[in-house]
Design a protein around this ligand. Structure first.
Ligand code: ATP
Ligand code: MG
Length: 407
């Protein structure tokens, strides 16, 4: 196959390929960018593979950074853009099921493509737009199939993360996993326990956000791989199936929306949700957003009548709540919560017409726990609209509270 007009992402990198080729080496675009171009999808990073050794690449370009020199990757900086250039390599010995014991640089493209995970990720393209397809990746792209390069069981033994990647690509691209590859996931599923949770998390998040996430979730239950996900056991099978059913034809657009959706489906309360997300090694920002949205959704589902104070505490996370409720509730009106949120008198504590400093200055209260208590009561009253957000009125109310306290 020959690509007539290369997308601009490749055009920009062409001078780099030309420099390498003119120096007598081979160089190709490889992996995800070639796959995504052929699928007509947005192209992320353009990766380059070459027969030149890292030292030879560094000799050819003025500005390079050793981003992963031990596995043969050098970044070439060119007019503000950075391109990862990786020497063709083979990998040998995977005694820990996740990292090759040794990386060997080779001069042969075939060897490099052979170590790649799936046929659709093992395509290369030279600088004239010729596609090099040594493992029938083009056929599998056409058939919409995820198929391991070589023997799938062996490949999952080398690197168990590939089982997650198979399901993730199937969800992202809406492809089916080829039978033998699927059977091998079923058989080798326990190997997933060898993989770092952070890496499992990256693939699982991409799977949840895929256009065909339902397919991904069903693949997890069908193969039994779900049992080896952090903090998800056999009792969760039906929850995952239900999640898949709820997601049919719907897409979760951000990681926070995806994880809130999952936690709601698993029915976790505040405490358990937090623990669950921690065990999945999420960062604090995501944990805070998701637990806040989950807390609100649990209230909403129970009573449908949530208070202004609930909305106020939810804050910006109202967008996450809307996105998740739109997936899980039949005729959910996305405007309803937005309208109520927009009508809140204040959205943050900073908008309160009085500060702790002003309270102290007025002599109403001294610094200490009582001051915090007063501010909270004022904040709640303003949000509930039982008190105007007006400095004089707030001060008068503070006085009333202080007097009540001293009785
Ligand atoms: P994405 O759009 O998610 O970046 P990608 O295909 O570019 O998809 P990367 O993780 O960026 O995926 O990897 C780039 C390429 O490296 C892949 O296309 C594949 O050829 C190879 N690769 C990545 N991870 C593995 C792995 N665990 N085993 C074998 N090959 C891999
Ligand atoms: Mg990539």
């Amino acid at each position: 196959m020959h690509i007539e007009s290369l997308p601009s992402e490749f055009q920009k990198a062409l001078p780099i390929l030309t420099t390498i080729v003119e120096a007598g080496y081979e160089a190709y675009f490889v992996g995800g960018s070639v796959r995504d171009m052929l699928l007509g999808k947005a192209i992320h990073d353009v990766d380059i593979a070459t027969s030149a050794y890292p030292s030879e690449i560094k000799a050819l370009f003025e500005k390079t950074v050793d981003t992963g020199i031990e596995h043969g990757t050098v970044m070439v900086l060119d007019h503000g853009a950075g391109y990862e250039i990786t020497t063709f390599r083979t990998e040998s010995g995977y005694t820990d099921y996740r990292r090759p014991d040794e990386v060997i640089f080779v001069r042969d493209l075939r060897e490099d493509l052979k170590r790649r995970d799936f046929t659709i990720n093992a395509l290369a393209m030279n600088k004239t737009g010729e596609i090099i397809d040594l493992f029938d990746g083009l056929l599998d792209l056409d058939k919409k199939v995820i198929k391991a390069v070589g023997n799938p069981s062996e490949r999952f033994h080398e690197d168990a993360l590939r089982m997650m990647r198979a399901i993730r690509f199937s969800a992202q691209l809406d492809f089916v996993i080829e039978d033998k590859t699927l059977l091998a996931i079923n058989k080798e599923a326990p190997l997933l326990e060898k993989i770092a949770i952070e890496r499992i998390n990256v693939e699982f998040t991409k799977m949840l956000m895929g256009q065909a996430a339902a397919k991904g979730l069903f693949a997890f239950t069908k193969t039994g791989l779900y049992k080896y996900l952090p903090n998800i056991n056999i009792e969760r099978e039906l929850d995952l199936v239900a999640a898949g059913l709820a997601l049919k034809h719907k897409q979760l657009m951000t990681p926070a929306v995806a994880w809130t959706f999952l936690i709601v489906q698993l029915g976790l309360d505040d405490k358990r949700a937090k623990l669950f997300l921690k065990q999945w090694k999420h960062g604090n920002d995501l944990i805070n957003m998701v637990t806040s949205a989950n807390h609100f959704i649990r209230l909403y589902k129970r009573q449908t009548m949530v208070t202004n104070w609930d909305l106020y505490q939810l804050g910006n996370n109202v967008a996450i709540v809307n996105a998740v409720l739109a997936v899980i509730m039949e005729d959910f009106d996305e405007n309803e919560l937005n309208k109520r949120y927009d009508m809140l008198t204040i959205k943050t504590k900073r908008e309160l017409a009085i500060t702790g400093a002003a309270l102290i200055k007025s002599g109403v209260v001294k610094p200490g726990p009582l001051m915090g208590k007063i501010l909270l009561q004022l904040e709640q009253a303003v949000v509930a609209k039982t008190l105007d957000n007006n400095a004089a009125k707030l001060l008068a109310q503070a006085q009333v509270i202080v007097e009540g306290e001293s009785k």
